[in-house]
Write a protein that binds this ligand. Structure first.
Ligand code: PLP
Length: 370
């Protein structure tokens, strides 16, 4: 007998994805030119309320292009949270620059703006904020620090399509926004990414860089070292169909978060539930909980118990400063370390049923009480 597994994420392709992909196949427009690339970029810019959106082949590359767009290079320091997915730090390293880490805010798990200024040096060039797991960063203090110190701000919104900060869409608040459309993200193209910005010159520069640095007015004339970081028309076709339904995808996630909040409310002596600040509209890429000290099991034991009941979950990311490429001896980021040691992402996707959430919550209750 095979036991059913409830997966932590699941791509839901229930709109025009197949129709648009078949159109690419039938027409032969399967590479990185084609109407879907243009259409997806145009509609994504509208969705993010930005003047421009430039597609690319994944979210890591979207970050790399955003940094190249600001001329980040060797010797520069870029401030970013230690608690994030490794792509944020890697993109900085690809430019030859140094990531400088900041501890998290205990409630939102995002970069703590109060700790930024003490890490600014003569070499600091910009700040990357990460809207972690879908909760927006408290942007006003970050933007003020950036203005006062002449720094750029890039928003890593890979996990937060459609999240709002004070009613403004993430990706429209800094100098550039960076998105991922990997298979487990809020909307997907399989692999894919996007840079959003209100700065038309910056968008053109990024467009040139992602297309081998070719001069838009002179074929085979390359004035800079560029990259082949393009998105295909097939990926964009999937993305456009996903974007047409993004309201539904986001609504489903909110419903699921609401159900978890309801069924887990009685367990608050054991677990912290995710916070949604007054100024925030959470996109709930992941519904993430934190085990309190009176849960006797380790986080990894807790995950194993859930797995034994057919529930797939994920640990929160390791903070960057403990990973080999970015290891900092004797460094302490106590809030991020605590979240990383005790945090769990619960299944969060549009095909979960009320019964699934009930079952997951009851299983968590049983584990807490043993
Ligand atoms: C997924 C993710 C990325 C990278 O996106 P890819 O499309 O996988 O390259 C970058 N930053 C964060 C925070 C992410 O979650």
């Amino acid at each position: 007998m095979t036991k059913r597994t409830i997966f932590v994420a699941n791509a839901v392709l229930n709109g025009n994805e197949k129709k648009y992909v078949n159109d690419c196949l039938d027409s032969g427009w399967i590479s990185s030119h084609g109407k879907y690339v243009e259409e997806f970029e145009k509609k994504f810019a509208v969705f993010c309320d930005t003047k421009c959106a430039v597609s690319c082949c994944n979210g890591t590359v979207a970050l790399h292009l955003s940094l190249l767009g600001q001329d980040v290079g060797p010797g520069d320091e870029i401030i970013m949270p230690t608690l994030t997915y490794i792509a944020t730090a890697n993109a900085v390293r690809y430019c030859g620059a140094k990531p400088v880490f900041i501890d998290s805010d205990a409630e939102t798990w995002n970069i703590n703006p109060d700790l930024i200024e003490e890490k600014i040096s003569k070499r600091t060039k910009g700040i990357i904020v990460v809207h972690l797991y879908g909760h927006p960063v408290d942007m006003d203090p970050v933007l003020k620090i950036a203005r006062d110190n002449n720094l750029f701000v890039i928003e890593d919104a890979a996990e937060a399509h459609g999240a709002l900060y004070k009613n403004k869409v993430v990706g429209s608040l800094g100098d550039a926004g960076s998105f991922s459309f990997y298979g487990n993200k809020i909307i997907t193209t399989g692999e894919g990414g996007m840079v959003t910005t209100n700065n038309q010159l910056l968008a053109e520069k990024i467009r040139t860089l992602k297309g081998q640095g070719v001069d838009p007015n002179k074929r085979y004339w390359h004035s800079v070292v560029g990259y082949n970081y393009r998105m295909t028309n097939i990926e964009a076709a999937i993305g456009l169909a996903q974007l047409e339904n993004i309201g539904w995808h986001l609504q489903k996630r909110r419903e699921i978060a609401g159900l978890y909040n309801k069924y887990l409310a009685c367990l608050q002596e054991y677990i912290h539930l995710p916070v949604e600040k007054k100024w925030a509209h959470h996109a709930f890429w992941m519904y993430s909980v934190l085990l309190k000290d009176n849960v006797r099991l380790s986080r990894d034991e807790f995950i194993t118990e859930l797995q034994d009941s057919g529930i797939e979950t994920r640990p929160v990311f390791y903070p960057m400063h403990v990973l080999p490429p970015y290891f900092e001896k004797n460094a302490h980021y106590p809030v991020a370390e605590k979240i990383a040691a005790r945090g769990i992402n619960l299944p969060t996707h549009a095909t979960l049923t009320k019964e699934d959430i009930q079952f997951i919550s009851e299983t968590i209750e049983k584990i807490c009480n043993t």
